[in-house]
Design a protein around this ligand. Structure first.
Ligand SMILES: Nc1ncnc2c1ncn2[C@@H]1O[C@H](COP(=O)(O)OP(=O)(O)OP(=O)(O)O)[C@@H](O)[C@H]1O
Length: 515
């Protein structure tokens, strides 16, 4: 034992002597380089540890592992390190911590320790890669592990670190609302442009029959947790919802509630801006996973393009084009066709990427092509209708902070009267106007509910008069719309069962829940 101490003392004395020599006779940089070399040789021969450098840039490319490790370590760094850098990541309102200069954190994976240390040095030359200048500092993270853990860390720890970082990134960043109507400064159309998605709607604040609300939430939860299910049955991990009902019944609000519930991004696809099926396909390929792709007022978008095409061509021109074989070409390069849209939602292209939800909305389900409603296209048809008593209670809670009131029964009675129709948007409007005086708000609402009956009757009479005058000119009298309203009021009452659909294409319009 004594001998060991003596030899160790001799080694240290020798090393001290070498260091003294280096410091005295060598320039500082050279002595530093010699020391580093010495440490490396020592580590290579005697150390039971292995060191890895994870640089911020791999040549001129950003190193994903560096960012992932920063993110993965940020929680641990926040708890244990003393010097931290605060970062505001792009598209996130939450700040992230990263290690300060020479700070260390210890991570543990299946019982093995991993030591991380951050360091940076000045970049000698300023470098430019494609469009941006590289930072002045060369930043890197150093990972030290036990030699015996090498295999476990490479095949287990690092992949799990990357996965964890991806999940954290999704959780921390704000969700985005994308639109396809923006142009860059040169006037070229951008595929998607985004803004942070801040819509506050939730299922809690959504005025809807509780049973239907629960059904939709359960369906969304099953979908989000259904990765294995979709794999097992060999289907693309996607789901389609058709929201239909009169304006102001909450279709857009429900989409926002869905996005907030699932924490997905929203892609608001303006179909009339899409010039071809190929453009539609490219837009789809540029959407991320965990996304809700919305096509609002689908009947108008498709009708519009049909109309445009018809308007653009006179019959003579059409014949001429046919003869020249141009018509077909025109079809291909012009607006999106129904089959293009169907390919977009359930063709091969729709399965590029996963965890996608398609939501179509319409005020007129009867105008939709049966092909769109067919089984497997839109998995769930959700009818949003005029305000019923349960929906009113949600709005009273949101706007007036009222759980109950003596006038509630009168509201219920007014709502149940034949021919009364107010949308949740109308009811919200009354409550916003009189929110300082809750009793006044309820009285105004009861009055407006009754008036809505008279207004509707007047509207019907006017429309009948107008139709009589134009009967000869119009081929189809849009009487259907009135019939539709009546059916919707009925449906509002029975919408606990979303299977109650309007009588158009009844079979196709049945709700389809695959779980
Ligand atoms: N079911 C609802 N729950 C809560 N608020 C609602 C509901 N329906 C409508 N509103 C209120 O009315 C406003 C308009 O509703 P929204 O835009 O969602 O209706 P919509 O059915 O999408 O209408 P449109 O068919 O005209 O697009 C919303 O901002 C919201 O304040």
């Amino acid at each position: 034992m004594e001998k060991t101490w003596i030899s160790m003392g001799a080694i240290f004395a020798f090393l001290g002597f070498i260091q003294g020599l280096l410091n005295t006779f060598m320039p500082h940089e050279l002595s530093f380089a010699c020391k580093r070399l010495g440490v490396r040789i020592y580590n290579a021969i005697f150390s039971s540890y292995v060191d890895y450098a994870v640089e911020e840039y791999d040549g001129t490319k950003l190193n994903e592992l560096y960012d992932a490790a920063q993110l993965h370590l940020s929680d641990k760094a926040a708890r244990s390190a003393r010097r931290l850098s605060l970062i505001q990541p792009k598209n996130a309102s939450v700040l992230t911590c990263s290690l300060g200069e020479h700070e260390r954190v210890v991570d543990v994976y299946e019982g093995s320790q991993i030591w991380w240390e951050f360091s940076s040095s000045e970049r000698k030359q300023s470098m430019t890669i494609s469009w941006q200048t590289m930072p002045d500092k060369r930043r890197s993270l150093h990972m030290r592990i036990h030699r015996k853990d090498r295999e476990k860390i490479m095949s287990g720890y690092l992949p799990s670190l990357l996965e964890n970082a991806k999940a954290l990134q999704l959780k921390r960043r704000d969700r985005l609302l994308y639109t396809n109507v923006s142009h860059d400064p040169r006037g070229r159309r951008k595929p998607w442009d985004s803004v942070p998605f801040k819509h506050p709607a939730t299922f809690h604040s959504l005025a809807l029959e509780p049973a239907l609300k629960q059904k939709i939430m359960d369906d969304l939860t099953d979908f989000a947790n259904g990765e294995q299910f979709y794999k097992d049955v060999g289907r693309a991990w996607k789901r389609g919802y058709l929201l239909y009902g009169p304006p102001g019944t909450g279709k857009s609000t429900m989409i926002a509630a869905m996005a907030n519930f699932l924490e997905y991004d929203v892609y608001d696809l303006e179909l009339t801006e899409v010039k071809s099926n190929a453009e539609l396909r490219s837009l789809l390929l540029n959407t991320s996973n965990k996304a809700i792709i919305v096509l609002e007022d689908i009947d108008c978008s498709l009708d519009l393009s049909e109309r445009k095409r018809k308007k653009a061509k006179k019959p003579d021109a059409e014949n001429e084009e046919k003869m020249l074989g141009l018509a077909e070409r025109e079809e291909k390069v012009s607006e999106v066709t129904l089959s293009g849209l169907l390919n977009f939602t359930d063709g091969l292209w729709s399965s590029c990427g996963s965890e996608r939800i398609f939501v179509f909305t319409t005020n007129h389900i009867e105008k939709l092509d049966a092909a769109l409603l067919r089984s497997g296209r839109m998995d769930m048809h959700i009818h949003l209708s005029y305000c019923g008593f349960e929906a009113f209670k949600v709005l009273a809670r949101n706007y007036l902070k009222l759980e109950d009131h003596v006038l509630f029964e009168k509201v219920r009675a007014a709502m149940d009267e034949e021919g009364v129709q107010m949308t949740p948007a109308d009811v919200s409007e009354v409550m916003t106007r009189d929110k300082r005086d809750t009793e006044q708000a309820l009285r105004s609402l009861i009055k407006e509910l009754r008036e809505s009956k008279v207004k509707r009757r007047d509207g019907e009479q006017k429309e009948e008069g107008a139709n009589e005058g134009t009967e000869e000119k119009q081929e189809v009298v849009p009487k259907e719309a009135d019939v539709q309203c009546g059916v919707q009021k009925e449906n509002a009452k029975v919408c606990e069962d979303a299977g109650n659909e309007v009588d158009i294409n009844q079979e196709a319009a049945q709700e389809k829940i695959i779980h």
